[in-house]
Design a protein around this ligand. Structure first.
Ligand code: IMP
Length: 453
């Protein structure tokens, strides 16, 4: 197992200073997701004992490079491939066993056979009816006046809803108790059939589901395969902390998609900000010593919902093509726009961010002029506060400040001094607006294309 002291040159400099012993560091997205958290986790993970997922499920997507090949992962923490780093799926995650096993198999094919994985016995299981319900509800919304949320259709919302309903939920621990699992599935399926019939009277959705008996058989096989990994991860994490180990919490999705603090209802169904860590792992906030907020140099969003700085024009198209802004989970083209400093300040405040990782700065090379939103105008008034309610946020008009762009490609820069002056000034504007140091600047997809400090 690694010690909590940074061991590699790349990670020792990241975040200025050693990893605090026996404490947590969080990596969290500050916008609407896809900020490049995977690369930041990859840079940091080697210095930690464990990387922990605390929220979301297979709706998240990150790519990791293993033996020179890129793999898209949705559930396994992206830092898990550093030798000796333990991967933990906490109780706050909704776990789709099919996706987990597909990922484990794919990793085995790539030569990763001995993943040190722990799965919480209290994580909730995403079942076929959750995915069916997600799709049926989205179809219903799409035909109405308010439009769909644009979910990933991975069953996330219905699985969290069942967690809140309690009686309709299956947790990982249930997969290890055959008799009670069969009884629970038989009981729950009756209610599920009613819900699916109401959502889709044609019966098509319900008809696509497996029988209760075959679902139970399938889940019991899942339980057998999961058994070696299943444990009380809360105690496991506290044991690690007591031994002085460093733990890295990997946020999935991102702050503006947080169910309580994001642009509701166009959000996901979990607390994706660092506020989700205590509930999603059992580790209280007092252990969280560093929070690395990950942001793009611009903004993107997938799915529906307000996006004040969206550029549905040439500038947005240019960002999309240069940034390869297409979803990892769904392949959908992402909506693109200028950086929103109002939203960014809000996300920094909510997460208690101690350092920023600024990603994809290279995508902005070549613009004559770059715009940043510094305030909103709403009802004739200027405000500098974010409005985390979709209907209210949809009303704001962004107020921009324009800055001169830079022409040169910056993928080869390895220090701030090597960045063109206009790019350096852009980084400093972000530091000034947030009051937080930019500790990492990413200028390309490769590990080496990183400017520290
Ligand atoms: P759900 O999480 O599949 O229910 O989707 C709810 C909303 O969150 C949709 O707009 C999704 O596109 C968005 N979303 C969920 N996860 C991610 C993510 O990891 N990156 C970006 N958007 C996401």
């Amino acid at each position: 197992m690694p010690t909590a002291t940074p061991s590699t040159p790349s990670s020792s400099n990241v975040g200025r200073g050693p990893v605090p012993l026996g404490s947590g560091t969080a990596v969290v997205g500050l916008q609407w997701g896809d900020e490049g958290k995977g690369k930041v986790i990859d840079l940091l993970a080697g210095s930690f004992h464990a990387v922990v997922r605390y929220n979301g499920g297979a709706n998240a997507g990150h790519s990791v490079v293993i033996n020179g090949k890129r793999h898209a992962l949705h559930l396994i923490p992206s830092g898990a491939f550093h030798p000796g780093v333990r991967a933990v799926i906490g109780n706050g995650v909704v776990l789709d066993p099919d996706v987990l096993f597909t990922e484990l198999d794919r990793l085995a094919d790539a030569g990763v056979h001995s993943l040190d994985l722990l799965v919480s016995d209290r994580a909730h299981v995403v079942l076929p009816w959750h995915k069916a319900e997600d799709a049926a509800r989205e179809a219903g919304l799409a035909s109405g006046s308010s439009g769909s949320i644009g979910t990933t259709r991975r069953g996330i919302g219905p699985a969290y809803a069942d967690k809140a309903h309690r009686a309709g939920a299956i947790r990982v621990g249930d997969l290890l108790r055959p008799a009670s699992l069969r009884e629970k599935l038989a009981r729950i399926s009756v209610g599920k059939e009613r819900v699916l019939d109401a959502l889709d009277p044609s019966g098509g959705v319900r008809g696509s589901l497996p029988s209760v008996a075959s679902l139970a058989d399938d889940l019991l096989r899942t339980g057998e395969r999961l058994k070696p990994f299943v444990t009380d991860t809360t105690y496991a994490l506290h044991d690690m902390l007591a031994r002085g180990h460093g733990i890295l919490f990997e946020g999935a999705n991102a702050t503006l998609l947080d169910v309580d603090h994001g642009t509701f209802p166009f959000v996901t169904s979990s607390n994706c900000s660092v506020l989700g860590i205590p509930a999603g792992t059992g580790v209280p906030g007092v252990h969280l010593k560093r929070v690395i907020g990950v942001m793009k140099a611009y903004c993107t969003r997938v799915g529906g919902g307000p996006f004040p700085t969206e550029q549905d024009n040439e500038a947005g198209n240019r960002i999309r093509e240069r940034g390869r802004e297409y979803g990892t989970t769904t392949g959908r083209p992402r909506r693109c726009g200028w950086l929103d400093l109002v939203a960014l300040r809000y996300a920094v405040m909510l997460n208690g961010v101690t350092g920023i990782a600024l990603m994809l700065l290279d995508v902005l090379s070549g613009f004559d002029e770059i715009r940043l939103c510094t305030a909103y105008r709403v009802g004739g008034r200027m405000i500098d506060r974010f409005l985390p309610d979709a209907e209210t946020l949809a009303e704001v008009e962004p107020i921009y400040e324009a800055v001169t762009g830079w022409k040169d490609e910056i993928g080869g820069c390895r220090s701030r001094d090597e960045l063109p002056p206009a790019a350096r000034a852009y980084v400093e504007m972000i530091e000034q607006a947030t009051g937080v140091p930019v500790e990492i600047v990413s200028v390309g997809p490769d590990r080496e294309q990183t400017v520290l400090g």
